[in-house]
Design a protein around this ligand. Structure first.
Ligand code: HEM
Ligand SMILES: Cc1cc2nc3c(=O)[nH]c(=O)nc-3n(C[C@H](O)[C@H](O)[C@H](O)COP(=O)(O)O)c2cc1C
Length: 524
């Protein structure tokens, strides 16, 4: 645990003594339901997950989801609530001595089942009816639909951004600052939006961005997303912090792709009808052994075409709305947690514990990451032309210009501006690696702006999470259809028959160009 995070003096949550723990481990087979159920306080909190009992007392204070939500599971079988949010892989972040032992089936059956999970935190603001899916016509419509039916805490997790939201607002408005220059008298009866991403054919030059914990939106979680991707032939970037395990995700994806292949008319090649592909997003944890294991597991699934290393999360950004909710939750749970609420209010707790992230990563770490993966590597979260140029020099296969959806540095540049900066100062980068963009794209036609300026593809995040949360897999499929329909219509309206015709003259980016960084004269 990071010493900066452990703020002594704010709150001391009692820790079961080591001797007591050792005794309990020896008594493993004697852990009774009654005994477990009695540990549900701030001074001793036990939970059962998949038939195994854990003492989470010392972790209450460290849990990035807050102490209150864990405390509510105290003394119960929390498996169901836990699996709505976390994959079992997350248990590696528990202190080693937290494991108490397995419990037998009879004890497990006798335990109270927790129902006080994340759904119980904040009802949807006004419980409205979910609009019929046919009334969802633009990607932004999913946001309101999701808000109507989602618990406030889960909705906030998706919606929230850093500090006062300035980077998120910048992302959203940047796309409108670039205008098309539509050309006339081209036969656009049919247009061809096919592209490729890191050497794999792609039906469209967009993909679904990496988002963690998608089970918080809908029980279908990441499985619903990858099935929808496989059905529609679209690429997706899968987070390393998922609700389902990466093996479950890979199996569902392969299964849906097989079904799709059987339906596809014989004789059509991969180039003619591109299949969906998955890529793996990697948060590099501070423990290298865990990172290596993660890379090896991703490779073993056989479904991931590349690894995208997230580089904009040395530490976690200040997610204001989540922190307010976490503090309110702690205050409402028990007076004992008020000190914890103070801590959450300062924002020391948030989505990731420090062991999940690694503030000491440097360019040198790329060597072992590339070696372990052995395939294409992309840096996710590049925000300056200089860093893009350095990545190109080091032989990285791609950079994703991104400010993490405005969730990290709140006054960070939007991706289009960074792309223009690269075009201005290091144009050769465009020939050396593939450039991807994400952040605030809410219109399929906007994807054409980025492609015209030299990007390979655009990632889209929140609209897909909202779509999943409101309508499950069906919502993700509809969101993919909306994006692809807008893209194709956009190509027709600007007179672009295929993506080879995309070039800088297709857009007027003068307004954003005015805003790009300029070196001070004395530094030239
Ligand atoms: C006991 C083992 C647990 C561990 C090691 C653990 C660990 C973590 C970690 C590392 C995060 C950061 C986000 C992520 O990477 O996914 C997190 C977030 C979260 N956890 Fe847990 N967790 C545990 C149990 C639970 C349980 C039992 C619940 C509730 C049923 C829960 C609810 C949450 C929520 C709601 C968040 C997100 C908070 C937010 O950002 O809004 N966790 N947890
Ligand atoms: C709810 C949510 C969870 C996210 N989780 C991750 C993650 O696990 N890993 C990661 O690299 N980026 C993550 N991101 C950032 C996205 O990959 C992407 O950069 C961003 O969402 C793009 O902006 P947009 O949502 O405006 O389209 C997350 C974003 C959101 C909204």
């Amino acid at each position: 645990m990071d010493p900066h995070i452990h703020t002594s003096g704010l709150i001391r949550i009692g820790v079961t003594s080591r001797i007591d723990l050792l005794l309990r481990i020896n008594m493993e087979d004697k852990l009774s339901a009654k005994e477990i159920a009695s540990h549900r306080s701030i001074s001793s909190c036990w939970i059962v997950l998949d038939g195994k009992a854990y003492d989470v007392t010392s972790y209450l204070n460290e849990h990035p989801g807050g102490a209150a939500i864990l405390l509510k599971q105290g003394g119960t079988d929390a498996t169901n609530e836990f699996r709505k949010i976390h994959s079992p892989d997350i248990l590696k972040y528990l202190p080693k001595n937290a494991y108490l032992g397995t419990i037998d089936a009879a004890a497990r059956a006798a335990l109270p089942k927790s129902s006080a999970g994340v759904e119980s935190i904040g009802e949807a603001e006004e419980a409205k009816e979910l609009p019929h899916i046919s009334s969802i016509v633009v990607p932004n419509d999913f946001e309101a639909a999701a808000k109507a039916v989602m618990p406030l805490k889960s909705w906030t997790y998706i919606f929230s951004s850093a500090h006062d939201g300035s980077a998120l607002r910048g992302n959203l408005t940047s796309w409108g600052a670039v205008r098309f220059r539509p050309r006339i008298f081209h036969d656009v009866t049919t247009v061809d939006p096919r592209s490729s991403i890191l050497g794999s054919a792609s039906a469209f030059p967009f993909y679904v961005s990496a988002m963690g914990q998608m089970g918080r939106g809908h029980p279908a979680g990441e499985i619903g997303v990858v099935r929808a991707l496989a059905k529609r032939g679209v690429h997706g970037l899968i987070s390393s912090e998922t609700t389902a395990t990466m093996e479950e995700i890979a199996t569902a994806f392969a299964d849906e792709k097989n079904k799709k292949r059987k339906e596809t008319s014989a004789g059509e090649t991969e180039q003619e009808r591109p299949e969906a592909q998955l890529h793996f997003q990697l948060y590099v944890p501070s423990d290298r052994a865990i990172a290596v294991q993660r890379i090896q597991r991703a490779r073993a699934t056989g479904v991931f075409r590349s690894v995208w290393v997230t580089v904009d999360t040395a530490v976690l950004g200040k997610r204001t709305a989540d922190r307010r909710l976490q503090a309110a939750e702690a205050l409402a749970t028990s007076p004992e947690l008020s000190a914890h609420a103070e801590r959450a209010g300062f924002g020391l707790l948030a989505h990731h514990s420090n062991s999940q992230l690694n503030a000491s990563l440097t360019w040198d770490d790329l060597k072992w990451i590339k070696r372990e993966w052995g395939g294409p590597v992309v840096l996710k979260g590049v925000q300056t032309a200089e860093d893009a140029a350095r990545a190109a020099d080091l032989g990285v296969d791609g950079v994703l210009l991104s400010n993490h959806g405005g969730r990290q540095m709140h006054d960070a540049p939007d991706a289009l501006t960074t792309l223009l900066e690269i075009r201005t100062y290091y144009p050769s980068v465009l020939d050396k690696l593939e450039i991807f963009l994400d952040g605030g794209c809410r219109d399929g036609a906007d994807v054409l702006k980025a492609v015209s300026l030299g990007a390979k593809a655009v990632g889209v995040g929140r609209p897909f999470f909202y779509a999943l949360s409101a309508y499950g897999q069906k919502g993700v499929e509809r969101c993919l259809d909306i994006f692809s329909d807008e893209l194709v219509t956009g190509m027709q309206l600007v007179g672009m028959k295929n993506l080879d015709e995309a070039c800088p003259e297709r857009v007027n980016a003068s307004r954003l160009l005015n805003e790009i960084w300029r070196p001070e004269k004395s530094r030239l």
